[in-house]
Design a protein around this ligand. Structure first.
Ligand SMILES: Cc1cc2nc3c(=O)[nH]c(=O)nc-3n(C[C@H](O)[C@H](O)[C@H](O)COP(=O)(O)OP(=O)(O)OC[C@H]3O[C@@H](n4cnc5c(N)ncnc54)[C@H](O)[C@@H]3O)c2cc1C
Length: 305
């Protein structure tokens, strides 16, 4: 265990964690950032060739440029960022947090949880979903040019993937269990309507075989569809267990409860920032919250000292 007492440990190096670290440094704190994979991992995992939307000032930039921008800023500010450090527990004793990773431990006066929501992918619980050609993320769409693919899901990730696969030359079917989209961004739906994707509303995937899948519609009619690859993009499993272990109070939807003004949770000195606490999960609001959390930490630490 590291003997130093940190003023701030930030868990997660996405847009929220990075903004929080940069602002904390400006406020003369020495933040330590612990990231389970690598810097901006969620953005790293975007599909190749994706354009960013909704990011003021970055509109014409690619995700790669944004990541490079983050890397430069983190290096320039000399932020202590440690990758491959998954935080497995956070406890508080004698007014100090103990933040434990799989192989180390850190003491801190304050903690910002900026872990996002991209945890474990949700599965469907159907036969065949662990087969090799079943994917839970799309990174290289060109690989599927000339192939038959089936995408499952009706959120932005599934729609973006289906459009990208189709534009890359894959015969693409999108299967969605509801009769219409209800939470997808308008722009994504527009792109879908302009694409060649064959959308099958009110269908559920029943079985995945090696070269085809069985879709079942609302009347229980079954249809066999050719599929060289299947993408299950139906969301992620909530990190509720981790939040409960920390002792955080949750709201009725099992999200972390927090003070909207300060971003402080039910545990004094433990703050949230970014997608973990946002309704509108986008880079710009996540960045703003990271920035805001740093100021709240400054005030918390000043009162504590
Ligand atoms: C496919 C897709 C496309 C998107 N496209 C856009 C877009 O075009 N424009 C836009 O504005 N937004 C887009 N978004 C949303 C955007 O990526 C998020 O809003 C943003 O990344 C949220 O930032 P964050 O820092 O809160 O979380 P994340 O960026 O998810 O960062 C959280 C970080 O915490 C780390 N972490 C998690 N648990 C632990 C742990 N226990 N210990 C240590 N580290 C941990 C993760 O590895 C991750 O790096 C997209 C999202 C997806 C999934």
């Amino acid at each position: 265990m590291d003997k130093k007492i940190h003023s701030l440990v930030i868990v997660g190096a996405g847009p929220a964690g990075i903004a929080c670290a940069l602002r904390a440094k400006e406020l003369n704190m020495e933040p330590l950032v612990l990231e389970q994979e690598k810097l901006a991992n969620t953005i790293e995992n975007y599909v190749e060739g994706k354009k960013l939307f909704g990011v003021v000032g970055f509109f014409k930039r690619s995700p790669r440029e944004l990541i490079n921008f983050y890397k430069d800023d983190i290096a320039r500010a000399k932020i202590d960022l440690r990758e491959n450090q998954k935080v497995v527990s956070i406890t508080k004793k004698d007014d100090l947090f103990r933040v434990m990773t799989e192989n180390d431990g850190f003491a801190s006066k304050a903690v910002v949880l900026a872990t996002g929501v991209q945890g474990t992918p949700q599965t469907l619980g159907i036969p065949g979903e662990t087969k090799k050609h079943v994917c839970y993320i799309l990174k290289k769409p060109k690989k599927y040019s000339g192939k038959n693919v089936v995408v499952v899901g009706g959120g932005d990730t599934a729609i973006e993937a289906a459009v990208t696969l189709s534009n890359a030359g894959a015969e693409t079917v999108l299967s969605y269990r509801r009769p219409e989209f209800f939470r997808a961004k308008e722009l994504n739906v527009k792109h879908l309507e302009e694409s060649k994707v064959d959308v099958r509303f009110s269908t559920n995937m029943a079985t995945i075989h090696n070269k085809n899948v069985i879709l079942r519609d609302a009347t229980d009619k079954r249809e066999e569809i050719r599929a060289d690859a299947v993408f299950i993009l139906v969301g992620v499993v909530k990190n509720t267990g981790f939040y409960k272990e920390i002792g955080l109070e949750l709201d009725k939807d099992e999200n972390v409860a927090y003070n909207e003004k300060t971003l402080e949770t039910s545990i004094p000195g433990l703050f949230v920032a970014g997608d973990i606490s946002l309704k509108e999960k986008l880079i710009a609001p996540a960045t703003y919250q990271g920035f805001k959390a740093a100021s709240s930490v400054l005030m918390h630490n000043a009162k504590r000292n």
